[in-house]
Ligand binder design. Sequence first.
Ligand code: BGC
Ligand code: BGC
Length: 795
Amino acid sequence: MALKAVGRLVCGAALGALVAGCSTQEPVRSVSAPVAEAPAAAENSPEALLARMSLERKVAQIIQPDIGSITPEDMRQYRFGTILNGGNSGPYGNDKAPAADWLKLADAIWEASTAPLPDGEPVIPAIWATDAVHGHANVPGATVFPHNIALGAAGDADLVRRIGAATATEIEVTGLDWTFAPTVAVARDDRWGRTYESYSEDPALVTKLGAAMIEGLQGRPGEPGYLGPGKVAATAKHYFGDGGTAQGVDQGDVNGDLGELMAIHAAPYPAAIDAGVASVMASFNSINGTKMHGNKPLLTDQLRGKLGFGGVVVGDWNGHGQIKGCTNSDCPQALLAGLDIYMVPEDWKALHASLVRQVKDGTIPMARLDEAVLRVLRMKQALGILDGEVKPSARPNGGKWALLGSPEHRALAREAVAKSQVILKNAGVLPLKAGARIEVAGSAADNIPQQAGGWSVTWQGGGDLTANDFPGATSIWGGIAAAAKAAGGEAVLAPKGSPASKPDIAIVVFGEPPYAEFVGDRKDLAFRDKEGLALLKAYKARGVPTVAVFLSGRPLWVNRELNAADAFVAAWLPGSEGAGVADVLFGKVQPTGRLSFSWPKTCEGAPVNWPEGALFPRGYGLGFAAPRIAPVPLDETCSALSHDAGAAWFASGKLGARVQALADNALLPDLRGSGNGIVATGVDRKAQEDARRIAFGPGARLSLTGPASGAAFRITYLVNQRPAAPVTVTAGGKPLDITQGLSVAEGKGWREIVLTPKCLGETGGKLTFASEAPFAFQIGEITRDETAAGAECSF
Ligand code: BGC
Ligand code: BGC
């Protein structure tokens, strides 16, 4: 990232008062290699800087707060080594902040971190990390590349390397230094909500593509340009086992023989380390019962000792707080186990105080702190930050807005989309015929937030995002329309399908809504939404051939749709360049995408990582020349679907089986009617009266009772006007005040709350909302979900 001011005067000019002297740089060696020889004793070498730092400033180097909870003034006072923006935080409290605001805040943080200090204490610029996990996608207008699962299907290391390079450039434009990518999880249970962040279930493919992404982001160690201008620091995450938890539960437990587990889940790390990866993020999960953040044998003995990693080990979002005996603000255990940076979004002040105290009282040896700080400083040194670096906007790519979402980067993303399309079925309708009259249906057809998926502008993606939040992006429909025209045909968009049309062919685009992390965990792999199926069947009934384009973050059981469609394309989560889908449908690009995950034959979700049990094995995917597959009807029975009644407490405008709604003790049949201060009326969400508006009088209470079939409640809701007084929710434990969450949701459209035992205490068979003052909100759905022990609540 940095402007390496090799032997240039800018060195002294920019940082003269702060970091005395400048060294002439040698080609930077790998930051992930263990440091054996004594480095040059330049005055601004990490060792020299460390020797002049106070305890307080050392501790600040290993504390990483979120931009949402610090100001430049806090930075000036504390001098944190690094900061991050979480998926939901953007500059100045705006998660949709425009690109220029990112650079402005980067400069402000830079200036605060480099303000001179008294008493000869050295000044060390802070660096900023972001989750650029499929392009610099937190920033509106950036190129959004397909998620990793799609890149796995493309299987092209050179493509991935080029994507890394483009992403690094876009990050630099906005003044940031470091990305928490690539995820090198080997997802083995597709019920896991982060499966799409994994390139493949095959450790060898993850290893290859992970290393390529690192090289693209950082450059190659030993070669000129490594971590230099146009490059950012990368992170291999989450070490390790994140794709191997029992039942695919996020942040869960991984069990088994350590050697066997490492052979799969730690397999990508040696290649990542050889590629010079600057940092490794510890996983939230535990291995055989011990949380990774506190696991010295694995974090230190294995990662440092056996695998020889010499870079920075960064924690995950309050991951240290999950160690037994720790809280977010008090956890010497993590540092002692081998963590170098605490990711502590909010509780940084108290954590700083406790760590300072623990070093003073000997709980933490100074040597361990020094080692962690040195690693942070070495990473900065490798980035050129200690050597005459200038503020973010003054760096070579800083503020070059033409590079953000540039035509070249978009072309690259489009290439990736085309290369990742996997044709699962083709009864002779693909490629589309030139001149065809095409109808394009499905709510996902012209839906950029949905095709981008999670980690896009916001953490969860989707929700209230619209195409306006992705300036410059092209929807799948947009690509089809242009391609149809170019081929001398015509395409019309009819999201719901026009009732009596007779096009030559219909393309139905449908799939999973966006999600991220544990919110995407599922109990099984049944694809339930029937929108696509109904459209496919309606066209079939009229004799119109169909192409199904399926958007998903993982293989799902879609036997019904496969039976109904004449052609079926797994399009994954393509990102901002939807035109890459049409490139394959129209035969402009040959379909070379092949499954990097086994596609399941049945819906229950037991892991399938081998041909046995797969409908389509890994490596499957049809070319245009492939023999047409006979349209054998696939088995449409799915036992998971029959459990649904128990899981849904309220869905599609109906209460689930054995679920009752009550206003205090007065029954509200169908969650409709009034009594005891509650007025429940039907409102439209996706269909007529499929949701309810619940109005509370002062002190009124609404309860639902039903089967406690999963530990969590997942509630789809909408708030038009924030509550004026406390609103609480209870499910058997202490009432939880949700006023703040509801206030944040004001005017933001449909959102989702996930309530787990973590915040509710109990999550039994009765859920009660109570409001002290008049208040109204809408409920679209309430379901019970399995959840990981200890999973956080989210709003
Ligand atoms: C995720 C990480 C991410 C971090 C910062 C965590 O919840 O697990 O992958 O890098 O948040 O947003
Ligand atoms: C943040 C994410 C983070 C997650 C952790 C969210 O609020 O925005 O970056 O990964 O919390 O659970």
